[in-house]
Design a protein around this ligand. Structure first.
Ligand code: 5GP
Length: 112
């Protein structure tokens, strides 16, 4: 099923896009939970982290690599947090995998 994020990839709904290549798209979260809060998503529609396969290992690495590179570009050299909420108990609301990148404030632990 087509999710909101497929619509963002296809430019059917607007987003503040930070980066795009043939495999991933990064854009600012619409409801930021930190001064820097963006999402890195694969263009391939994978519903949850539980649905990845062996063939997605390179793509997952690319998502994480892109996350740290953009975090630094956004001025988060001092620290940032990456999160992938997975399924209902993980707090996932959009069923197209996405890595949250949050920074520019002190994070706390444990998370809520
Ligand atoms: P989840 O709760 O699934 O881990 O994260 C979904 C994220 O997508 C939330 O942080 C939410 O604010 C963000 N989001 C939901 N709808 C939109 C939208 O239309 N545009 C953007 N840029 N972010 C969205």
């Amino acid at each position: 099923m087509e999710t909101l994020f497929t619509k963002i990839i296809n430019r059917e709904i607007p987003a503040r896009i930070l980066y795009e290549d043939d495999q991933v798209l990064a854009f600012h979260d619409i409801a930021p939970q930190a001064p820097v809060h963006f999402l890195v998503i694969p263009k391939k529609p994978i519903a949850t982290l539980n649905d990845v396969t062996e063939e997605d290992k390179g793509l997952l690495g690319h998502i994480l690599f892109t996350a740290q590179r953009l975090a630094k570009e956004q001025g988060c050299e001092d620290g940032f947090r990456v999160v992938m909420n997975t399924n209902e108990n993980g707090g996932q609301t959009v069923y197209h995998i996405h890595m949250h990148v949050l920074g520019k404030r002190q994070m706390t632990w444990p998370p809520g």
